[in-house]
Design a protein around this ligand. Structure first.
Ligand code: BGC
Length: 897
């Protein structure tokens, strides 16, 4: 087994969360005969859909294949055969292969009483697998087949519990689902429930390891599971297609439930069972000026080896700001402990971890992170609800960090807050402090000085050798070159590894002459998406990784992904995804980690460090508050500055400051009226000026911008707004179009003075700094990006001469004269604008280039992006439709004049 498969299997298993295990129905024991229900035993989901799931894996393991590795457990083969036959007749429905077309669930095999009765006559235990997916451009919905169970599934639960006493439900889901099925009356209650999530290519093996107990469950929930969807405080605003008011403010997930509505919780944040038991004793609680030191021991008091998670929570005084009842402030995970074994833990919790942000001057310190005066109590929790006190101290009011107002809302609205009256917390509404600064003045006063332009030659290599400063090098780049450098090309640029998301850096001949190499990036986050159809490893989804609470393991796993990226010449992975799980229906929650910012941040640190160790880099995304897929490039997220700073920015801040992240992707949405890509406070005030971030910021693909000060409607023309905000790179313009300036205002704005040379140079500097320390730049074996093909002596398919429009998908091209031939593809892709599709063009079996399109209403039109030097002879050409959707009317090879 390869290292990445091995680590992936471990991580998938450690991320699984056991929520119920009555009468020790698990682990399965030697000789158990199990009847497995649910079609997902064969079609076990490996990941969600969209860019975050689109990895072509070398293999996947389903539940049956996983269990077959344990011959001590007997699978009910008759039942399995019935499922196998049925799945043959009812194959996996990918919705036709189009973008966001895959349904949330797969039609379930309706089961008869007879079938269950027969299975129960030989089998002791039943395992029911329920599957769900979701993804980009496709939120889940509160309907059967998505958040809720379908009638077929309910019927399956009912019939199986009628005949089996030992029933275990395994949830192969991308997101939490409605758990009310656990409260129904069954003849025999469901004894075991396991969130198995989507475990990547090793999911089936990992599940078998957990079911058999070779890996003892040690996953803990990183989200709160409430009784009802409407219990989540964001519910009333979630999915608003125009303006999404974050009225719940900082009270997201357990911060809300523990403060205001404990009884709404079915499974609390941090919850998860093990097959063994542990005793946690805290021995020391030391309070220093800036941090708290906690240490103690964990003893395995049961009779199976296992791991325990130490979760540390803090309860703060309500003070003037109001606080969540408890907040997670630190965590660590033990190694595998043998029965009786003791493990010592030490945790240092910076006081800044639990500081609150005063966005309204409620204390004397407006726009500062502070600790209010009072008693701070600390606990170790089995979960957020089951807490054991480990110490407390009295804190005087302390200013942790004085900042300036940034990103505050422009529109008035009300948010919730707790109020302590007669020892009881009640929920109140208060006006959110709104924007009070002159952003135009701020931007003007911080305009970067221009580096004086110079004439003559310069090469980036001289900067690397220390012969020229980066500033002097930049001085040699004329405005047009600078304007090209801030644009990336894609998707599937022929300039970089086939099938990747974008090429950036040296995307023009001019830039290449300055010694600026071309770099590649690829999705992400759970493996490398190669639209060429080439395979890559896929690890568990973000939520599953977070549920491991094991940052060391995640770091090691991503080191392997880093190595794969290096091998494929990809400079940065478009991940980790770090948006907060604000609501259970967000379609991309699976790519993200948790409802808690600390978990989010520390997991992102692990991914970032791992990727760097493997030879590539991470791109944190989506910066910021992209918490729904519906209208994701229109809906304005209207959020208080406090909620932004304490919840939504926090994880990114941790990943930048502790993880050394050097690439970030902004989100599609506006934040308080200004699109992320043209948002100065986001990209400059907070990210660079406060956090000292020195890397690159890229937009999301084909992102919109609006005026950085006045706001307004989103569009893609004014790319100068992006540069002004210090979002360095526009992702993406069409291939070979970065040198064109008709579709953007960059040069126009430069000439009219609304975009300064200094601003262009500032982004160029960020990009070049990244490039100088990028894997591509450092590697010795530079790539020759020019493709060459040797002619064949004879034709393999029907023959077409160069110059003719060819409608066939397989043909032999005849070249009569040596020369440069421009390839023209007449194609259309009539789909939603966010949809992506590709067609591979192979010449003599090699991928010559990939034609990529995103959806539009447009009819067939000519695209001409590559040319090849071809000499006299025959070339076998094939069109390969890996991602369905594009229609090619014809292709022609025209001799260049
Ligand atoms: C997604 C990003 C992704 C990019 C490139 C966008 O649609 O939102 O997360 O990295 O496409 O595939």
């Amino acid at each position: 087994m390869s290292k990445i498969s091995e680590l992936s299997r471990k991580a998938a298993a450690e991320g699984m969360v056991l929520l119920k295990n009555s009468e020790r129905v698990l682990p399965l024991t030697k000789g158990d005969e199990v009847a497995i229900f649910g079609r997902c035993q064969l079609n076990f989901y490996k990941s969600g859909t969209g860019s975050g799931g689109a990895v072509h894996v070398p293999y996947t393991v389903n539940v049956i294949e996983g269990l077959r590795q344990y011959p001590e457990v007997i699978i009910n083969e008759n039942l399995l055969k019935v499922y196998q036959e049925w799945v043959k007749e009812n194959p996996f429905d990918d919705g036709g292969g189009g973008w966001a077309a895959e349904p949330w669930f797969q039609k379930e095999m309706p089961i008869t009483e007879h079938l269950v009765k027969e299975a129960a006559s030989t089998s002791d235990k039943a395992i029911i697998i329920i599957g769900r997916t979701a993804g980009e451009d496709q939120d889940n919905a509160d309907v059967p087949g998505s958040y809720r169970l379908t009638d077929d599934e309910i019927n399956m639960l009912k019939k199986v519990t009628d005949y089996f006493e030992d029933v275990i439900v395994v949830l192969n889901v991308s997101n939490i689902i409605d758990m009310s099925f656990m409260k129904r009356d069954y003849k025999n209650p469901i004894k075991g429930v396991l969130y198995a999530w989507h475990g990547g290519m090793e999911g089936g093996n990992a599940l078998a390891d957990i079911l058999l107990g070779t890996i003892n469950p040690s996953g803990r929930l990183t989200d709160s599971i409430a009784n009802n969807l409407f219990d989540y405080p964001s519910h009333e605003n979630f999915c608003d297609k125009k303006e999404n008011y974050y009225t719940e403010d900082i009270y997201v997930g357990y911060r809300y439930f523990e403060t205001f509505n404990q009884s709404a919780i079915m499974y609390p944040f941090g919850y998860g069972l093990s097959y063994t038991t542990f005793e946690v004793s805290n021995k020391a609680f030391i309070v220093n000026d800036d941090y708290i030191k906690i240490s103690g021991t964990v003893k395995n008091t049961g009779n199976l080896p296992g791991k325990e998670v130490i979760q540390v929570y803090c309860r703060q005084p309500q003070g003037k700001l109001g606080k969540p009842a408890v907040v997670l402030v630190g965590f660590t995970k033990s190694d595998t402990l043998q029965p009786g074994e003791i493990w010592e833990y030490t945790l240092e919790v910076e006081k800044s971890t639990f500081a609150s942000y005063d966005d309204g001057g409620y204390t004397a310190y407006k726009n500062a992170f502070i600790l209010e005066a009072g008693e701070y109590d600390f606990y170790i929790g089995h979960d957020v609800r089951n807490l054991v006190s480990i110490g407390s101290y009295i804190q005087e009011l302390k200013v942790i960090e004085r900042l300036q107002e940034a990103l505050a809302p422009r529109k008035p609205f009300k948010r919730i807050r707790p109020v302590l009256e007669n020892d009881e917390i009640t929920i109140k509404k208060e006006n959110v402090p709104i924007m009070n600064i002159d952003l135009e003045k701020r931007m003007k006063s911080e305009l970067p000085e221009a580096i004086k332009m110079r004439e003559g030659n310069a090469n980036l290599e001289s900067v690397e050798k220390g012969e020229m400063t980066l500033d002097t090098f930049i001085a040699h780049l004329p405005p047009k070159a600078l304007g090209t450098l801030v644009k990336a090309e894609g998707m599937c640029s022929p300039k970089v590894t086939a099938g990747t998301a974008s090429a950036f850096g040296g995307v023009s001949d001019e830039l290449l002459e300055y010694g600026i190499p071309v770099l590649a990036c690829a999705d992400g986050p759970s493996g490398i998406r190669l639209d060429s159809g080439k395979t890559a490893s896929q690890v568990p989804i973000g939520t599953a990784l977070a549920c491991t609470w094991n940052t060391k393991l995640v770091e090691k796993l991503y080191e392997q992904i880093g190595k794969e990226l290096y091998k494929h010449r990809i400079d940065t992975l478009l991940g980790p995804g770090m948006n907060i799980h604000r609501h259970p229906l967000n379609g991309r929650n699976f790519e993200y980690f948790s409802e808690d910012p600390l978990i989010n941040g520390l997991l992102a640190v692990a991914v970032t460090k791992g990727l760097e160790a493997g030879g590539s880099t991470a791109t944190l995304k989506h910066f910021l508050v992209n918490n729904q897929e519906a209208a994701r490039n229109i809906a304005d997220s209207i959020v208080s500055e406090r909620a932004l700073r304490e919840i939504y920015l926090k994880g990114f801040e941790i990943a930048v400051k502790q993880g050394g992240a050097r690439s970030i992707m902004t989100s599609y949405n506006p934040i308080n009226g200004i699109y992320a890509a043209s948002n100065y406070d986001l990209n400059t005030t907070i990210l660079r000026n406060e956090w000292d971030f020195e890397g690159i910021v890229m937009t999301d693909w084909w992102a919109k911008v609006n005026h950085p000060i006045q706001g307004g409607k989103g569009e893609t023309y004014h790319k100068s707004y992006m540069v002004k905000a210090q979002n360095d790179l526009y992702m993406v313009v069409d291939n070979h179009q970065a040198t064109e300036f008709e579709k953007d205002d960059i040069l126009e704005a430069y000439h009219s003075g609304t975009l300064t040379l200094g601003e262009l140079q500032r982004s160029a500097k960020n990009i070049l700094k990244f490039i100088l320390s990028s894997p591509s730049y450092k590697r010795k074996d530079k790539q020759d990006s020019k493709k060459r093909f040797a002619p064949k002596q004879s034709a393999k398919y029907k023959l077409y001469p160069a110059g003719t429009p060819i409608e066939a998908q397989k043909f032999t091209l005849e070249i009569k004269d040596d020369g440069k031939y421009q390839v023209i593809v007449s194609a259309r892709y009539q789909s939603m604008s966010a949809a992506q599709s590709t067609v591979n063009i192979r010449i003599n079996d090699d991928i010559a280039f990939i034609h990529q399109m995103h959806g539009s209403k447009a009819d067939y039109k000519d695209f001409s992006i590559v040319s090849f030097d071809l000499s006299k002879g025959f070339y076998n050409v094939k069109l390969e439709f890996i991602r369905k959707g594009i229609e090619v009317e014809h292709i022609r090879f025209e001799k260049a004049k």
